[in-house]
Design a protein. Sequence first.
Length: 314
Amino acid sequence: MNLGFKLIDSHVHFDVKDYDISGIEKRYVDSYGKEKWLKLQAKNRYQKEKWLQAWGFPEREPAGDISEACNKWIAEIEKHNIERLVFVTGGGNELLSTIVQRQPEKFIGYAHHNPFDRDASQKLEEAVLRQGLRGYKIIAPALDGRMDDQSLNAVWRVAERHQIPVLIHFGILGGAGGVASHVNINPMIMHDVARAYPDIPFIIPHFGCGYPQELLWLSWVCPNIYVDTSGSNQWVRWMPYPLTVKDLFRKYYETIGPGRIIFGTDSEWFPRGFVKRYYDEQIRDCVELGMSREEIRMIFKDNIAGLLKLEERR
């Protein structure tokens, strides 16, 4: 569909890991051991194969040379009429900073260190002022502490001072065999934090990832809560009632309007690259729901461009 504008994909990961055990699995491995973790993954392998088959995705190939990967992403940008990619993770702040500096007009990066690090607020300050990163990504169910812990206030104050978007993953983490029970599994834990820091735009990805009602409540009372559409959103299949991505678009559109819905894909690895399948289905849903071209442009470009102050930077 020719929309007359270039996309901004607000949720992409720069794959730099030929990993065995990633940060998502660390909690389980520390508690039960690597052998049990690998056994759990082997027993759940059929779920991943089913997901790859359902979407027609190839197997992930090992992450290669950084320069080669950058060139592949530039090719994806040109192929799919994309203006910018926002890499929300990429091997740590320092490495991602060097990656986005290779293509500063095409790549944007987020800080993604642990907010419970003793020097987390200083790291965020450095990421914004020295490393050129423009947001902050947190994976809440991978943390050891609560997202509403008072010790995080120093981090929130840095984000507030620079008015950067803070993207926080809630809900099931890591797919089948991942994390489903955690103190930070529910986005409602951000209720008091979001109200205490109204100038921070908090973005909750994947339509709430299993917690759509709570995210609808949260976004209704907190005007600084934004909703990210990224991923396959396969979690809708696990709900105890019929639910589709189109239903989610309708509910958030009716509740908070198009100005706080932000398009993303959760693209990460090659040879899959930019996940056009997700884009195609989301565009179709928006059109079938009767959204105007202006509203579609808000979702697929303007909302995240505004939060990142792209026009001001130009």
